[in-house]
Design a protein around this ligand. Structure first.
Ligand SMILES: *[C@@H]1O[C@H](CO)[C@@H](O)[C@H](O)[C@H]1NC(C)=O
Length: 223
């Protein structure tokens, strides 16, 4: 289940065109605690989550100060964790989430758990356009736009939030991931493209939430 509409064929074609050594794999481990924050970030490119584990697969990780019996189960993992991470983080440059967000169940009670996420930084331009603004995608002369993914909605509390009423950007508003192919349809194959981040273009996936359009794209030489 890929939420940030990265069509697998599109991604495969694109990956073949890119130099694979540019795609680095990162791994972040966050010990579970009511207020632990996990931060994924890419210096260049966008986050694509590869794998995520909420549970325990190792005795040593996050074992400091814990009793041995709290570390015995190393085959503990919650189903669906990777989907939560992908929905929140794919296509972003930086993604912060609290372990509360992934803790949907207790896959092994009495065992100390952690969140481990593997992700790559996929080389792409990253564009965020706040609702009621226009976004401009462009490439160098001779190149054309290729959109990897686009999402119109809200996936965190901070993006496009400056002085907006709290009721439109608070925690209850961030479950509004709405992948769209409209940007690819209008922009692929063109040298530049302007797109409006508005309900009239994308529909309104979450009424009452102040939204933004997030796009990952690259520039290619047409074949
Ligand atoms: C992350 O990658 C490491 C190194 O390849 C691997 O050992 C680990 O199992 C991966 N984690 C998950 C959650 O798949």
């Amino acid at each position: 289940m890929v939420h940030f509409r990265l069509g697998s064929t599109l991604l495969l074609t694109a990956t073949c065109l890119l130099i694979t050594k540019d795609v680095s794999t990162e791994r972040v481990i966050t010990c579970d605690d009511a207020y632990s924050v996990q931060r994924l970030s890419c210096e260049t490119g966008v986050i694509i989550v590869q794998a995520a584990l909420y549970g325990r697969a190792d005795r040593e990780i996050c074992s400091e100060g814990k009793r041995p019996q709290q570390l015995t189960n190393t085959k503990c993992s919650q189903a669906g964790t990777v989907d939560v991470l992908k929905k929140r983080c794919d296509g972003k440059r930086v993604c912060e989430l609290n372990t509360n967000v992934v803790r949907m169940s207790d896959p092994c009670s009495g065992i100390i758990k952690y969140l481990e996420t593997n992700y790559t930084c996929f080389p792409a331009n990253h564009l965020v356009v706040c609702e009621h603004s226009l976004g401009h995608l462009y490439c160098d002369i001779g190149q054309v736009i290729h959109v990897y993914g686009a999402d119109f909605g809200r996936r965190d509390q901070t993006t496009c939030s400056y002085q907006r009423p709290t009721s439109q950007v608070q925690n209850q508003n961030v479950y509004c991931s709405s992948p769209t192919s409209k940007v690819a349809e209008s922009c692929n194959g063109r040298n530049s493209c302007t797109i409006s981040a508005s309900n009239s273009v994308f529909g309104d996936p979450c009424v009452g939430t102040y939204k933004y359009l997030e796009v990952a794209y690259t520039c290619l030489y047409p074949q």
